[in-house]
Each structure stands twice: as structure tokens, then as C-alpha cells.
Design a protein around this ligand. Sequence first.
Ligand code: FAD
Ligand code: NAP
Length: 319
Amino acid sequence: MTETFITNMLIIGAGPAGYTAAIYGARANMKPVLLTGLQPGGQLTITNDVENYPGFAEAIQGPWLMEQMAAQAKHVGAEIVMDSVSKCSLLDPQKEDGYFIFHTDTGNIYKARTAIIATGAQARWLGLEAEERLQGYGVSACATCDGFFYRGKKVAVIGGGNTAVEEALYLTHHASHVTLIHRRDSLRAEKIQQDRLLNNPKVTVIWDSVVEDILSGGKPEAVTELALKNVKTNEKSTLDIDGVFIAIGHNPNTELFKGQVELDSEGYIITQPGTPKTSIPGIFAAGDVQDKTYRQAITAAGTGCMAALEAERYLGETE
Ligand code: FAD
Ligand code: NAP
């Protein structure tokens, strides 16, 4: 049987942004309800060592960190529900007595006075079987997160946009050599970044080439080689590497909100500069779903805090 729940604050997403919003919301006595979606803990549950989240001298495990955040949110009184939003109506809350309406996969309905969208983003992947299997063991989509583990090693970056070039340049600070592999013969990245890349003695670019496979050289959890194909000549080759960074773009999880909350051309939720406010008063956005620049756990947590504080302020002003 389906049920309808009423809440002051609905948080959609259980990553660092969602859990932090839940902690602040609960401590402000907003009695928040957090819907976890299909990935409780968010993106950090698919990584191993996290070394840049403040507060821990030693590396911590991503899944462990997220368990701690969930426990803290529960401890201060947030309600955490394993369910996903499947449909919502945000445009005219007055139609439903001032409540935004959210339908979930289980058929339940949440009527919320305020909502915080923290549904995150997902790295685009090439779609290779090995890519999924070796994530955290040599395959990454985040140089800032994992570059440190490749000190003195050889890495490759796939892509030709600003992210790929930035990741490649960042990796030159750690790796002994960086090979950027791009499927065309010109980069999409800004000219100044291209110049930096092409003039960096630690970088080689392989043009017109795609990755056909990521190889482990007989080891179960390692990356040793890339199998490449030149798309112009069909020539095949291999490249010895210790790690590969896929940087072919990200997709924010905003499909649900299209046509309601204002999105930018790439689908990210637009927030008013320096705030978590979206185009709809009472609807706030936090974390990667509204951030295509930093995409870090700490920035997600920071904006989650801001969203909860703003939601509290909004309720105070509208009541
Ligand atoms: P996410 O963590 O993406 O969480 C989104 C949440 O929304 C999930 O719980 C999901 O289930 C939920 N959701 C989605 N759709 C719905 C729906 N319809 N209904 C309900 N819920 C929904 N950052 C660092 O700072 N340090 C690192 O070392 C680091 N390593 C990383 C390693 C990897 C492999 C990856 C992929 C990322 C890494 N990051 C790292 C980046 C960091 O994970 C993200 O910046 C951060 O998780 C973003 O948090 P978020 O709360 O915005 O969203
Ligand atoms: P992007 O600009 O969409 O570039 C993605 C790159 O990956 C492109 O070069 C694309 O090749 C390649 N690619 C896509 N799918 C691929 C596949 N299946 N196989 C191989 N290559 C593939 O994405 P982004 O670099 O993440 O940037 C996203 C947005 O954020 C952009 O607007 C960018 O300017 C912005 N950004 C800005 C900054 C900054 O200003 N400092 C930093 C990072 C990102 P093609 O070129 O052939 O399409």
C-alpha cells in the first residue's frame, strides 16, 4: 500500500551533499527525510582510498567515510529512507497547499515544504568491461582524487576537452609521464590550456586514437597496458601504463528536474552565485548536481550545509 508523507525538508540523494544537509537540517529541528536513491553513500562508495577529506591523517576508505556520514545524520535525528524519486512537481507548490510533490519508486508520495536536490553526477565512461572491473585499481575518473597514487608512474588520460587537459596537467605533478589520448586530431580544450599541455615535456599526445581495451598483464587488480586503435589508419598498438584516467565528461543526475528547475546547457542545476538557491524558491541544490568545476566530497558537503541553512531560513521567512 502506498503512503503519503509530509516533511519540512526532503533531501534527495545520499552522497556527501545530502548527508551534510541532513545533519544540519536535523540539528535545526527541521526533521529532514533523506531519500538515498540507488547508491546510498554516492560516488565515494565506488572508490578506495580517500586522502583529501579533512580530519584524517591516514587514508580512509570512501565507503567507510560515507557510513560515518550516514550514522551521524541518523544520530542527530534525520530519517533515511531507501527509495528513489521517480517523478516530481515543483512548479506550482500552491496547487498542493504550498507543498512540492515527489513520487518515489515504491509508489509513496512525499509532500515537502522545501527540498534539497543532491543527486550528484556520474562520470561518463568508455563502456569497456575492464573499465568497470578495474575502477579503483588503475582506472579512475578523478585526477584530483587519485593522482597522488601515481607518483613516479606512467599514466594516460582519455579525452580532449578542458577536463582531460586539466587532469593531464595536474597529473604531471605526480606521474613520471602522462600520455593524453584523443579520438580526433584537435583538442576541444581552451587554447591556453592546449598550449600548456603541448609544451609540457612530461606530456605526449596520441591523436586520432581510441582505447579498445584496458589490460592487466595477467594480474587481477592492476592496469599495465592500453590497447589502442588509430581511427584513421586502423593501426593497432599498445601503450605501457600504470593507470588510466577517463575524462570524457560528466552527466549530472537531473533528468527528473528537466523543464522544472532551470538547468544549464549541460544539464547542471543553475544556482544563484554563491548560494544553493535554484530558480524555484524553496528548492535548493547542493553538490555535484550543480557543480561542474570542483566536484569534490568536501565541496559537496559544504554546499549541502549551505542548502540546509538556506532551507531553514526560507521556511522561517515563509511561515
Ligand atoms: P554523489 O556522491 O554523486 O551522490 C548522489 C546521491 O544521489 C546518491 O546517493 C544517489 O543514490 C542519489 N540519487 C541519484 N538520483 C536519485 C533519485 N532519483 N532519488 C533519490 N536519490 C538519488 N572526491 C574527493 O573529495 N576525494 C576523493 O578522493 C574522491 N574520489 C573519487 C573517486 C571516484 C571513483 C569518484 C567517481 C569520485 C571521487 N570523488 C572524490 C568525487 C566525489 O565522490 C564527489 O564529488 C561527491 O561524491 C559528490 O557528492 P554529491 O553528494 O554531490 O553526490
Ligand atoms: P567536454 O568538453 O564535453 O569534452 C569531452 C571530451 O571527451 C571531448 O574531447 C570528446 O571528444 C571526448 N569524448 C567524449 N566521449 C568520448 C568517447 N566515448 N571516447 C573518447 N573520447 C570521448 O567535457 P569536459 O572536458 O568534461 O568539459 C565539460 C564542460 O566543463 C565544458 O564546457 C568545459 O569547458 C567545462 N570545463 C571548464 C573548465 C575550466 O574552465 N577550467 C575545466 C573543466 C571543464 P570530441 O572532442 O571528439 O567530442
